[in-house]
Unconditional design. Sequence first.
Length: 404
Amino acid sequence: MTDIVESPEVSTLLDELTRMPGREDPYPRYRRLREISPIVRAGDGALVVTRHAECTAVVKNPKLGHVPAHMLDFVRPGWADHPSLRQLFTSLITINPPDHTRLRRLVSTSFTPRRVEALRPRIERMVDDLLSAMSGKVDFVTAFAFPLPVNVIGELLGVPEADRPQFQQLVRDWTMVMEIVTDEVLAKADPAAATIRDYLAGLAAERRARPTDDLMSALVAAEEDGDKLSEDELLTMAGLLFMAGFETTTNLLANSVVALLDHPGQLAKLRTDGAAIAVPAVEELLRYDSPVQLIPRIAWDDIEVAGVPIQGGERIISYLGAGNRDPERFENPDRLDLTRPDNAPVSFGGGIHYCLGAPLARLEAQIALPALAQRFPAMQLAGAPARRDSLTLRGLTSLPVAVD
């Protein structure tokens, strides 16, 4: 039986991941944690897994779910009084069955693979427009990685093009509560979440009066066996699409460009074989530097993980970024290989909580990254990338590149 390791070294490694420079490059610390044990205990009592097998088992285990709302006072006492936290902790990504099952079923009737694939021509035009506007030295995050996903989500929901730019900063302010909850963060996150919700309420009202062929109209009309989304559920779901879909894809695109510029041979391969290798290339970029680095869970019942008995009520964190670099699962895991065979990143989680927007994020990256490589064959860094001070959502605040 494996022992749960709790030691000063473990505490130091996990503590370093809570701040820079540990967050700048977490992978050496992940490596050491994997070497120590399949499962370790953090100072706050939570269990941590860092190997691919255990990370996969945790995100897929139906007996592991999200922390229930009534137990969330450890995040912030009175959390339900804050719009940013209330909308996050009552959304699809943080609730459990049977509510999760019901909401996911209703939304899945509207957010279909067919609807996502139908966006391909529009995404291709958006990518071409954004690339055409880039010249000289630009901040890739501002010029491309931010506007592409916010425009795609806007197109999906039916947000008019002129209204979309405002959501970039609003979403960034809101999503900080996924990393840290302080008075300073809430001072920005609460009004941002409220502003987004008010806007979406107005859009939903318009679609009830005049339906169109967009996801907001479909969500308003979604029904199965007489069950429909309530107004609160509808607005929470639409807000979630902006928050999770936009932020994750922005990070995926920016992280991918840094990785490709660090591996010029792989960038050249994407430039010459982009159409043929777009799908495996994006899977490898998701594995190499995942935009979501960890997922917390709580045990509903007594279970076993990595041969270790876990008691009901214990919290366990799956470090996806560490699992994606596990040498037991991936040969030469610290090497970027856009044609890596048998790839299986856990970047989008798994099981019943598998990311609903994963197909859309993949599609955007599969279109955008080969087009970027082909359009700018001489692209190079034009300054130091600025890594955001976050681990759960791993991305960049700035990425200066020279494209000409």
